[in-house]
Design a binder for this molecule. Structure first.
Ligand SMILES: Nc1ncnc2c1ncn2[C@@H]1O[C@H](COP(=O)(O)OP(=O)(O)O)[C@@H](O)[C@H]1O
Ligand SMILES: [Mg+2]
Length: 342
């Protein structure tokens, strides 16, 4: 493929995070402390693409999702969405947030038990000022589109299965015709067979509505299935970001490597030995290790890892990694630095 062909095929950027950080206040005994949930994260999502985010529980995935959709405010850094820059501390209006929707993990608690399915989907449309007639039409359209034909409009959440309820949540997100949908563990609470149906539905809807997804899950198999690119998070840092194909074939960061080794294999003969991750506890986000946060569990840790945070740099075209084992290639040092390093 020629360079010209490649550049015309690259879709424009929809969402960009520039060096975004978030700390939460906490208490350790009587002492005030801070949890560093997201620290200096920079990511890019292109229009029509899916950016997967993986990492163990507590690494900051949900906080990242909430920062993107404005449920949590950044302490520093900025969120650029659809050409508009939102700096830390600037609250976004309802209008600013209209083009982004979020689908949460628990399909039941996201729905008001006293509202019918039709009311649940109509409510955000009405608060955004969509006319009554248009709301009615959109509720019917999205319910049919997620496979809930018939009289589901008048049903209450308790009358539906978990999979049906998550279809309702997806329908509600789509009804506002968003550009971005943030899916935070959206299929994690569902049975495997239902999960597969919802994932395929999401893929169909993505093409049909031209959606971009930020797809967050601790389940590496699901992320591989859904994503164009994947960011691997560890204790609030992005340690690697590249195409899904390349990450699963040839991960560069030692953390990505152990994480991928720990994926349960269907064939028992392919199963690896005990993962290196079982050797060490995840350090506390109240007191994360200096330098590279993974160094306390890394089999390759060097002195420099304790003193200097490795920047997230492009070590190969399109493949970013934050690790002192993978220094910036000579040819790349002349280019713009990639934000993310303090
Ligand atoms: N509202 C909050 N107040 C205090 N600490 C929080 C809050 N939300 C998240 N955290 C902490 O931030 C870290 C990242 O959490 P989270 O973003 O939920 O991770 P994940 O979704 O990857 O499991 C955790 O240590 C968590 O305890
Ligand atoms: Mg989470």
């Amino acid at each position: 493929m020629t360079a010209a062909a490649t550049s015309t095929e690259t879709p424009p950027v929809l969402l960009q995070l520039n060096d975004v950080s978030k700390q939460f206040a906490a208490r350790v005994g009587l002492r005030k402390a801070a949890v560093s949930a997201v620290d200096g994260v920079s990511l890019t999502l292109r229009r029509g693409d899916t950016l997967g985010v993986v990492g163990e529980s507590g690494c900051g995935k949900s906080t990242l999702a909430r920062l993107v959709v404005g449920l949590v405010q950044c302490d520093s850094g900025d969120v650029v969405f659809d050409g508009r820059t939102y700096r830390a501390g600037r609250r976004r209006t309802r209008r600013d947030l209209r083009d982004m929707q979020m689908v949460f993990q628990d399909p039941h608690s996201a729905l008001n038990p006293r509202a019918t399915i039709g009311e649940a989907i109509a409510f955000p449309l009405r608060t955004q000022g969509v006319s009554r007639a248009e709301t009615e039409a959109r509720v019917d359209e999205v319910l049919a589109r997620v496979g809930l034909h018939g009289n589901y409009r008048s049903h209450y959440p308790h009358q539906l299965s978990g999979g049906q309820r998550q279809r309702v949540n997806i329908a509600r997100a789509l009804a506002l015709k968003p550009k971005l949908v943030v899916l935070d563990e959206s299929v994690s609470a569902l049975d495997k067979s239902v999960q597969a149906q919802i994932l395929d539905l999401l893929l169909e809807l993505q093409v049909e509505y031209g959606l971009s997804y930020l797809f967050i899950s601790h389940d590496l198999n699901v992320v591989e299935y859904m994503s164009d690119r994947v960011a691997v998070m560890y204790l609030g840092h992005v340690v690697e970001e590249c195409s899904a194909e390349e990450l699963y074939r040839a991960p560069l960061h030692p953390y990505s490597q152990v994480l991928l080794e720990s994926i349960p294999k269907l064939d028992p003969r392919e199963r690896g030995g005990p993962s290196a991750l079982t050797d060490g506890e995840m350090p506390s986000p109240l007191d994360p290790p200096s330098g590279c946060r993974f160094r306390t569990r890394c089999p390759f840790a060097m002195d420099v890892c304790a003193t200097t945070r490795p920047p997230l740099v492009e070590t190969r075209p399109g493949h970013l990694v934050a690790c002192h084992l993978h220094p910036v290639p000579e040819s790349a040092t002349a280019g713009d630095p990639i934000p993310g390093e303090q």
